[in-house]
Design a protein around this ligand. Sequence first.
Ligand SMILES: Nc1nc2c(ncn2[C@@H]2O[C@H](COP(=O)(O)OP(=O)(O)OP(=O)(O)O)[C@@H](O)[C@H]2O)c(=O)[nH]1
Length: 878
Amino acid sequence: MSVRIHELAKKIGMDNKALLALLKERNFEVKSVSSTIDNISAEAIEQEFAEQNPSAGSAPLSEDAASESPAETAPPASGVFIPAGVRVKSVEDVAREKEEAARAAAEAKKAAQAVAAPMPPPPVPRPVPAPLPPRPVSAPPPAPSIVSAPKSAPSAPPPVPVPSVVSAPKPPPPAPSAPLPAAARSFIPPVRTAAEAAAAAAAPKTPPVAPAPRPVSAPPPPVQRPVSAPPAPVNRPSAPPPPPMAGAPKPPPAIVSAPGATPAIPSAAPFSVASAPAAEGEVKMISMKPPIIVRDFAPALGLKPFKLISELMAMGVFASMNQTVEETVAVKVAEKFGFLLEIKHRGDAAAQQAKLAEKAKKKKDPNVDDPKDLVPRPPVVCILGHVDHGKTSLLDAIRKANVVAGEFGGITQHIGAYQVTRGERKITFLDTPGHAAFNKMRERGASVTDIAVLVIAADDGFMPQTDEALQHVQNAKVALIVAINKIDAKGANIDQIKGQMQQRGIASEDWGGETITVPVSAIKGDGIDDLLEMLALQADVLELKANPKAPASGIIIESQIDTGRGPLATVIVQRGTLRIGDAIVCGQHWAKVRAMFDDQGNNVKEAPPSTPVRVIGWSGAPDSGAEFKSSKNAREAENIAEEEEDRLRKLAAAQAAAPKESSIESLFANIAATQQKTLKVIIKTDVFGSAEAVRHVLESIKSTKVTLEIVSTDVGLIGKNDVLMAGTGGAVILGFNTKLENGVTPLAKHHGVRIETFNIIYELGDKVREMMADLLDPELKEVKLGAAEVRATFPLAKGFVAGCLVTEGKITRNAQSRLRRGKTVVTEGKVNTLKRFKDDANEVRAGLECGIKLDDFNGYEIGDIIECYEIQKVRAAL
Ligand SMILES: Nc1nc2c(ncn2[C@@H]2O[C@H](COP(=O)(O)OP(=O)(O)OP(=O)(O)O)[C@@H](O)[C@H]2O)c(=O)[nH]1
């Protein structure tokens, strides 16, 4: 058993995403809020939340938590709610810890180097090496008091209690940006070079007075963090004074000031000084433009050029003052001196400038929304799947499950786009046909949606259109939810479907994949709520937003010409709000929105993002799948549409006028084409999508013998103009889901125009195939009638006659025949004479004897076979 994250979140009253973040931090393998965790963990979390005091702040803290400063227990910036008693490391914590560990390692290394320095002196007894408390949780000392400690450093021996300060377990402050007084910084380990070493040497003699450290152990104030030193400093007291310094202790101040002032490094000790900042964790950045010339590079590192040259020589690189240093070498040298060298190539700057320009451009671009204008919008969900797998039934069930189902009338079949309300949320659905011919519609559906629901019948499994729909979904890169429908049906096998899903790389969540899979029964209504919940959840994850204030734009889902209302189109608004009176343009068509209707036929005045509406007022039926955009006014929209029409016309003319390939082959091909039989058709359909589907079916009919020419495709009733056009061009009119205008039938009869109408797409395809085949000359086919074996020969006055026994079928007078001797055909001709005894016969059947004489042949031999056949004409295949 497992529990989905969103379910658990609901139970414990926590935000989905917050819980997801919390679980991720706890190393649960969860990807989305629809992922699951095991029952036991879920219960533990539930319990944990149940036990906790509602106010996290007042909850009794665990030992760990209690040890944290208030800042640590506060909810992280991510907004993730962390219950009391639950210690969760924030990202910053983790980063800080890492940084700290790295620093500690560096220090340890340094200390080790110091120990290994020339002539390591005998280990100095550590004054207060004392066992360091693991986590001096007990409040850190107030910052100022600590700061005061180092202040005394230059004049007085280093305070012995340093270790205790150092021992402060708390990592360094999360925000290093917190200004740390220079004196305080000098307190940090690396500072401890000459002066400190000397002081350390003296330290054992000095009693651990430590006025400064005391405050460290002082109670509460949380300020202590910044000062808390890295763990390594434990070595500090034992660090021996460097021998050369022993005699002449150098005043530490120069070093103390190192963090701030880079170049002011005594050339005599470039290494120690230069490395100071790095040791303090303050890696200094130098940025230089190539080429890096020794003369410029040295001052940047705070070195005299000759020093840099000798340093380079030590690395095997010989360069003079004016010579350039290779970038990789320069970086290494910089690192050696505690700097991070950033080389600014010109390309980088150019790219940066280009980026800035792009940003500026975007700012001005009216097509780019200001994030503050974006508001959540309903998801657009497309239902896809194989024919008859229950897409429409599922949509019906969803509409019934809709909480305002009572408000809905019957399904408005044609619009194909619906909006349902669930609780306070709206979801927009697009229904797509499952038949192969409607591929374009499915592709369009998938491409304009946010989430695709792939419906698979549990008793049928993946079928060709299921795979095709899946392909569309994957191409469109939209979120996928699989609805295994018909789970109530006999033979339903959910596991088999899940297996098929796995084979296709979309394994179901409970099979270790990521695809949300919901078993449903559209007929019984089972699982519909789960499906809606998953859709809502997925929409949450996608964080869909749009700008309702922008000029309206969107996609044409379907268009048609309605008798009475003229061209109308179902559109989905994707951006902005479409209002009555708006001027919109789509390709070569434009509209001043006269009226808009929702999926139930109600008048609507405005359509915000993700709303499907039917728009009336178009100049023509726009292409499905095309994008529409708002214009300033109707005139501008008309102009744009006209320009587009003009452009398309010119393009077509240019294509027609383009020089054709002229070669002998193309000449013969052209001659063959003119001689080839052609079936011309005019397509009329109810909606644009059907026209596409019919075209698709017709284009899929392949024949080398007959060409199919689609003269025109249009939506609407079959009218007189269509008949006249068909009469002139010798075309056939194919109507799909449409009717004939009054007076069309007699006109068609008069002009000899054939009109065929269909409601089922594959019937249309079959009929067109037939019509194409009818144009071909019939094929001749030999049909065997029977055979007879020659048993004797009889002389006649003129020639011979063969005495035969009919062995199969029948022998017919005047039928075509051939005489075989073994495998050789000796002669072919008609059966001239056929006699039964002495009488003429028209046909003699198998098992009877007869006399046969073939046209102009007398050479019969016993054993010859006479075969009788006829030639029939059959319809040629395409
Ligand atoms: N037993 C059972 N039958 C169902 C279920 N859902 C749909 N059907 C039946 O499946 C058949 C096809 O349903 P439709 O909803 O028309 O299928 P469709 O996928 O929309 O079909 P097209 O639009 O032609 O692609 C109908 O006879 C439905 O009654 C279900 O959950 N259980």
